[in-house]
Design a protein around this ligand. Structure first.
Ligand code: PMP
Length: 324
């Protein structure tokens, strides 16, 4: 018999998918880790599970307790699923700019959702800082603190990294992905570098994020902005501290959108916005490196979470973007 004992045992062990149209176009193997197939629908299920189980082990999270988090959505969704499966309560603080689909799922899962104005990290009312204060004020509550809680990158060091290594038999030239908290990028980079220091670990950055300039010049100086959700940062989180960053690549939204529609129409993959940035970065690197290389990136979540935006031509046009 092969039976998973509930939601929690179903997190991780996702397939690695060859992105055929892009691989054929570039003569490289462009591979996507299918994190959208996690039971909560995104790469963040892994971090949510590790954060909760780490707090349980440390005795910080007690029966009937509440998990509080500031999140662009996917971590909140992962936490809310696991809270239901383990009998905890969940309070999510989310910037009001995030897609309605994510807010609806959180509400459906029974999380208490507080929508707040999207203000920068330097503002005391920033969603991340507010969630930390709320957790402190409540009884029997913990703050998941995904940006600076190292249980996040540990999830990827212990699971995503080893899965990618064994799924490719260690034959990888490049690992490239965008970062939100940096947990996925850092955990996988640290694992792969320890296995083979020749693997290039490259940050993909949307416009409006500061990591590209950080890697290139040592200064965090974001320019422009992006419609992608869940990625981009204007600080080095604890999860990113010490992570190998061999290089960085900046991707414009228009290129990410073009890639998303190619994934949909030629590969049959209906993906979220950050996947557009990730795959566009992998394709650009493959073209630069020439045929014969293997590049791995992340398929973070599905397009369903963004149907009313990225897959609506009128909405795209309102942002000055087009699928073609
Ligand atoms: N893509 C999406 C859609 C996300 O929600 C997130 C997490 N915020 C990421 C990518 C980045 O993952 P990480 O936090 O591990 O850097």
């Amino acid at each position: 018999m092969d039976i998973k004992q509930g939601f929690i045992e179903t997190v991780g062990n996702t397939p690695l998918i060859r992105l055929n149209s892009f691989s054929e176009e570039t003569g490289c193997e462009i591979l996507g880790k299918a994190e959208f197939l996690n039971p909560g629908g995104s790469v963040k299920d892994r971090a949510a599970l590790f954060i909760i189980e780490d707090a349980e082990r440390k005795g910080l999270l007690k029966p009937g307790g509440t998990i509080v988090e500031g999140t662009a959505g996917n971590t909140g969704i992962g936490l809310a699923h696991i809270c239901n499966a383990k009998g905890y309560k969940c309070l999510i603080v989310i910037p009001e700019t995030q897609s309605q689909e994510k807010i609806d799922i959180l509400t459906l899962l029974g999380a208490e959702v507080r929508k707040v104005p999207a203000v920068p990290y330097s503002d005391p009312n920033n969603y991340v800082k507010l969630s930390g204060r709320l957790a402190e004020e409540m009884d029997n509550a913990i703050w998941a603190n995904q940006f600076d809680n190292l249980a996040n990158r540990m999830a990827h060091y212990q699971t995503t990294g080893p899965e990618i290594w064994s799924q490719t038999d260690g034959k990888i030239d490049v690992w490239v992905t965008a970062t939100g908290t940096g947990g996925t990028y850092a955990g996988v980079s640290m694992f792969l570098k320890a296995k083979n220091p020749d693997i290039k670990c490259i940050v993909a950055d949307p416009m409006g994020s500061g990591l590209y300039s950080y890697v290139k010049t040592g200064e965090i100086s974001p320019i422009g902005n992006s419609i992608t959700e869940g990625i981009g940062n204007s600080r080095i989180t604890k999860n990113m501290e010490g992570a190998p960053m061999d290089d960085a690549i900046q991707v414009h939204d228009q290129e990410a959108i073009r890639v998303l529609y190619q994934l949909l129409q030629k590969d049959g993959l209906f993906m979220g916005g950050s996947v557009g940035i990730n795959v566009a970065a992998a394709v650009a690197l493959a073209k630069e490196m020439g045929p014969g290389h293997t590049l791995v990136t992340v398929l973070c979540d599905s397009g369903q979470r963004y149907q009313s935006r990225l897959y609506d031509r009128n909405w795209l046009a309102s942002q000055g973007l087009s699928p073609d």
